[in-house]
Ligand binder design. Structure first.
Ligand SMILES: [Cu+2]
Length: 178
């Protein structure tokens, strides 16, 4: 982009535009968080609610990543998360961490159970969605779709928000709930 025709001719207009833009931003950022949380952070599927799907940004060109989320089961029947898929990786598996001889290892599991009336958390150090063979590094601020298939409730696609490399939980407004 060239800057030959920069500012001088329309400084007043530019200033007015900036003021309007700032005002609009302020209005939208005040209004947006709630809409966003409803749309992206919480999704219902039958008795299940999938909450706050998130992932960490990739470190360098790492070929593996993990996604985390919570699933609440408001029903009385138990359900199970049995399959996961995402277009960002060549292979997507359900994993858990196990400790043996003081060493933490990851292990593939067939399903994650979500007991009736309870919730299950996929989180660092526990169950997680393993992304193997990332097609591109995950970048902070991006989102990607993740499809979850449950034994009884069926299939839902949620939006995973990518946080910083050091993220320990879902980013942003989530803890501000009142
Ligand atoms: Cu894993």
């Amino acid at each position: 982009m060239t800057r030959r025709n920069s500012g001088h001719r329309v400084p007043a207009l530019a200033r007015v535009c900036t003021v309007i833009a700032v005002l609009l931003l302020a209005i939208f950022s005040a209004a947006a968080p709630h809409a966003q949380q409803q749309g992206v952070d919480k999704q219902k599927l039958g008795a299940l609610t999938v909450e706050a799907p998130w992932a960490r940004a990739s470190a360098g060109a790492a070929k593996a990543g993990a996604a985390y989320l919570r699933i609440a089961n408001a029903g009385t029947e138990d359900d199970r998360l049995v399959q996961v898929s995402a277009p960002v990786a060549e292979r997507v598996e359900l994993h858990t961490h196990t400790m043996s001889d003081g060493v933490t290892r990851m292990r593939k599991v067939d399903a994650v159970s979500i007991p009736g009336g309870k919730s299950a958390a996929l989180k660092p150090g526990g169950h997680h969605v393993m992304l193997i063979g990332l097609r591109a590094p995950l970048k902070k601020g991006e989102t990607f779709p993740l499809t979850l298939t449950f034994d009884k409730a069926g299939t839902i696609t949620v939006t995973v928000a990518v946080g910083s490399i050091a993220a320990r939980g879902p980013a942003m407004k989530h803890h501000d709930h009142k």
